[in-house]
Design a protein around this ligand. Structure first.
Ligand code: MG
Length: 160
């Protein structure tokens, strides 16, 4: 068994869609980034790469490369899963937290879990998603940004 940790943060701005865990969440602003800025997918992908000892998404999908522009969370995770599979590993479970003051995310919890689970080839019960506000403090608390953190456990596809 191998454990990994991931963290990410993106700025909120108008004129962008808000993507979280591969789900488009209805909100008047979205996260800014070279990709679709799906902060939850990015944190989970980094946790999975970390557990596999494969570095981070910044190395594999550099934001100065035009081919990764507007990269969808789902497409990014597909590539991460292929790298991990190549190492003979698969996810066992993932736990994550989205740090956001707005919008209210709990109504989207099940959809986000199902979406992430499908990307990770896991049951929704093995993909936990928590939501936390920052009590009105700092950039997250002032609704200027959303962050996400995650841990992932990987195991051998073929037990030795
Ligand atoms: Mg990111």
């Amino acid at each position: 068994m191998r454990v990994g940790y991931g963290y990410d943060l993106h700025r909120l701005a108008s004129g962008r869609d808000l993507w979280l865990g591969g789900v488009r969440v209805d909100y008047d602003r979205g996260l800014v980034g070279h990709s679709d800025a799906d902060v939850l997918v990015h944190a989970v992908a980094d946790a999975i790469l970390g557990a596999a000892g494969l570095g981070d998404i910044g190395q594999h999908f550099p934001d100065h490369e035009g081919r990764w522009k507007d990269l969808r969370g789902r497409a990014l995770m597909e590539r991460v899963m292929a790298m991990v599979r190549q190492k003979g590993l698969r996810p066992v479970n993932v736990d994550s937290t989205v740090h956001a003051e707005q919008p209210k995310l709990s109504p989207h919890r099940d959809r986000i879990r199902e979406s992430l689970a499908a990307m990770l080839e896991l049951a929704p019960a093995d993909v936990n998603v928590k939501f936390k506000t920052n009590e009105g403090l700092d950039s997250i608390g002032q609704s200027a940004a959303i962050a996400a953190s995650a841990v992932a456990l990987l195991t051998d596809i073929h037990p030795r």
